[in-house]
Design a protein. Structure first.
Length: 121
């Protein structure tokens, strides 16, 4: 004997709502997995900023990018960083600690794309 559909006080079919939430959960998990795989592929192609020694100074650098982040007070915990172009030996900008790693990572992607000729500035 089939069960009678259950409705909430708003007249919504509870079984249908549960199926909808199950669908959204499945879509979220599949999307999360695809996003994670895309992230890993991007990180493999464009390394994230890491602390390296450059000319006897600890700096943040992404792979072989031409830009480095130098802490203003010389410590890794510095609240502000100077971004320097090591090819032109010129300062580019000053960024907060929360912004510098992302800026360097994006700049390294632009460097790579410019070297391969896929974009031009």
């Amino acid at each position: 004997m089939p069960t009678k559909p259950q409705f909430d006080n708003q007249g919504r079919n509870l079984e249908g709502v549960k199926k909808h939430f199950d669908l959204l959960e499945r879509m979220s998990l599949e999307g999360s997995q695809a996003a994670h795989e895309n992230y890993l592929a991007t990180i493999a192609q464009y390394p994230v900023a890491e602390w390296v020694m450059y000319n006897n100074v600890m700096v943040l650098r992404c792979g072989n990018s031409r830009f480095v982040g130098v802490p203003r007070n010389g410590k890794k915990t510095s609240p502000n960083f100077d971004v320097i172009d090591i090819v032109a030996l010129e300062p580019v900008t000053m960024l907060k600690k929360s912004e510098v790693a992302n800026w360097l990572w994006r700049a390294s992607q632009n460097d790579q794309l410019e070297k391969t000729g896929k974009i031009s500035f």
